[in-house]
Design a protein around this ligand. Sequence first.
Ligand SMILES: C[S@@+](CC[C@H](N)C(=O)[O-])C[C@H]1O[C@@H](n2cnc3c(N)ncnc32)[C@H](O)[C@@H]1O
Length: 259
Amino acid sequence: MNKLGRVYLVGTGPGDPDLLTIKAARIITQADVVVYDRLVSNEVLEIVPKTSPMISVGKAPNCHPVPQPEINRILVREAAKGRTVARLKGGDPFIFGRGLEEVSALLEAGLRVDVVPGITAAQGCSASTGVPLTHRGLAAGVRYVTGHRRHNEPLDLEWRSLADPETTVVIYMGAANIGEIASNLIAAGLAWNTPVLAVNNGTTPRERRLVADLATIGRRAAAAEFSGPVLFIVGPVVHLYRRSLLSPLVSSLGQETYF
Ligand SMILES: C[S@@+](CC[C@H](N)C(=O)[O-])C[C@H]1O[C@@H](n2cnc3c(N)ncnc32)[C@H](O)[C@@H]1O
C-alpha cells in the first residue's frame, strides 16, 4: 500500500526569513516538494534546499495564473504520491490567505494536513516600523480588514463601526482602493487628519514607508508607485512613528517618506 502524503500549510511571515517559526523552517528544509505563493519572499525561498522540487502557484492582483481550484488539485496530486508537501503562504495562512479552502480540499481527498501559523503582515510591519497596533490611551483595539473584494465588487465595509478613533484599522490588499477607503472613513466620522502609515514590502530590504493622513493618502500612495504588497495602518498610533526608537536592524532597512 502506498504511504499517504501529508501537506503542511506553512505561514512564512511577511518576508524576513528570521521571522519564520522554527517549525516552519524545519518543514521547509525537510519537505519532498515546495508549493509557494507570489507573496513568499525570495529571502525565505533561499532556505529551500537546492534539491527540493518547487512549484510556483503565484497570483498577482487581477491576474490569477493558477486558479485556486487548480492549486487545490496540485496539492492533492503531490500528497497523493506519498510526498510531504510544504505549501508556503505569505504571512499567516488563516489571515486573508484562503487557508481553509486548501485545508478542506485536502481533507475531502482523505489527506493529512497541518497548519503552521506565521507572523501576519500587520505584526511584521508594526514591528519593523516601531508602531504598536495598540497603545494605552491611543488605541484600545485593532481591526484587520480587506481593502479588496472579489471580482472588484464594491467595498461594502462597516464604515460606521470602522470609524472609531480608539481602534487601529489595518488594511490588507488596499493599495488600489486606499483613496476610496479613506473617503469612506472620513464620511463615517473619522477626522480627515487621522494619520496613516503605508508600509510596502515590510520586513524586507525593500521596505518603504509613507506617512500621510486620511485626506492625502490616496494621492500620495498613488504618487509613491509602490511595487509589491502594501499594508495601511490607520489611527492615532501612527503619531508614535517618529518618536519610536527603532532597532539597528529596522533603521537599516529600506527608506521612509514623510509628508
Ligand atoms: C492576500 S493578503 C495575504 C495576507 C497574509 N496571509 C498575511 O497574513 O500577512 C496580501 C496582503 O497582505 C499584505 N502584505 C503581505 N505581506 C506584506 C509585506 N511584506 N508588507 C506589506 N504588506 C504585506 C498586503 O496588504 C497584501 O496586499
